[in-house]
Every structure is written in C-alpha cells, then in structure tokens.
Design a protein around this ligand. Sequence first.
Ligand code: ACO
Length: 192
Amino acid sequence: MEYNFRVTELFPKEVSIVGSDLIPLNCPGLPHLGPQTVRDRMSQILETMGRASAEAQQLHSVITNTEKLRTSVDQKIYFMCDFSSNQVIGLLKIGKKKLFMFDLSGTQHEFSPMCILDFYVHESRQRQGCGKYLFENVMREEGIPVEHFAIDRPSDKLLNFLRKHYNLAKIIPQVNNFVIFDGFFNSRSDYA
Ligand code: ACO
C-alpha cells in the first residue's frame, strides 16, 4: 500500500504502534507536521488497510478504520512498513475484551485477556515471513506468549499460521467467537 507522503515521517520503526489518539508512538514527523496532519495521514492508512483486511477475510463490514480505533481506548494497532518502498504492508490489532471462557474441565472463567482482533499482511507479501515478524514484535512488546491470546474468529490462514509457527493446534472449545488453545489458562495471573 503506497502513499503520497513518506511513511518514515509517521512511523519510527518498521513495526510501530498506534492507539486511539491516532498518533504513532514516537512519531518522528509530529514536531514539524503537527497532530492534525499526522492524524489525517494515519487515517488514510487506517482506511486503506482496514478495507483491504476486510476484503481479504471476506467480511461484510470493515472491522478496522479511523472511527473504530478512535473510539476504542483499550485497543492498539501494530503497523508493519517497508521503508525502502514506502509501503505499509501489514497490521495487527489487539485489545483486551471482557470474556467468559471455558477451560478444559468445562469450568467457566470471566476475565479480560488480550485478544487478536485483526491481522492482515498485504497479498503481495504473504507467505514470506512478514506475519511472523509482526506477531513476534507484538508478543515481545506486550510481554504476552502466543498461547495467552484469545483470537477473534480466526481465518483458516491464521489457524495454519499458528499451527506452523507456534505448534498451536489443540483448541479449547468456547461458546463465543473466540478461539483459544491448550496453554491459555497456564501460568497467568489475570483470572480467578
Ligand atoms: N493458505 C494457507 N495458509 C496460509 C496462507 C494461505 N494462503 N497464507 C499464510 N498461511 C499460513 C501458512 O501456515 C504459511 O506457511 P506455509 O507458507 O509454509 O504454508 C504461514 O501462514 C506463513 O507465515 P508468514 O509468512 O509469517 O505469514 P503471512 O505474512 O502470510 O501472514 C496472515 C499471515 C496475516 C494470516 C496473512 O496470510 C493474511 O493476511 N491473510 C489474509 C487475512 C487473514 O486471513 N487474516 C487473519 C484473519 S483472523 C483475525 O484477524 C483474528
């Protein structure tokens, strides 16, 4: 996804974080562009990438756009860029959700795990390791292991991805749209 501005002015690193203020963390261009221009440019990226992600997943409506991020204070998006071609090539949106989850014994727990809400790599870059690179960045930054995430309606591609890179295959059945794997309830302090 190319833009008529330099993405290096918005993003400090190849993988950068944007929250509900729509200003990338440590945005290099903020002092000379000002917050409104940064937000306008971020909005272009959000709309383009959000639409592409929804199309790739054949969703009826877009799940990532400017308005949805602006009004979701507990969500953030990791964007992956290729600075040499001035392209934004992927996004991974995460956020905490209050959920009722069953463990393997069938006991229900109410808590707010970190969830994978949207994950997309541009078609021209898929199956080249970009998704893994982005995902590893998220886990490192958040300090959360892969098995502790709940995943909102994962596509077959994402299920394949998790099986291939992280050996996640054993699903703990739920009654909501979230998928969790064996290990989800192990060694975590955020539920009773
Ligand atoms: N068919 C089957 N498996 C696939 C495909 C595909 N077309 N694309 C990626 N995968 C899985 C495979 O396990 C693949 O390994 P393989 O090529 O050896 O078979 C592995 O992912 C590749 O790993 P990466 O290159 O690191 O991943 P990639 O950069 O392709 O990113 C992602 C993975 C994000 C799932 C990407 O394929 C994508 O954007 N797909 C379309 C949108 C989508 O389905 N997103 C997830 C929606 S669900 C949600 O967001 C909660």
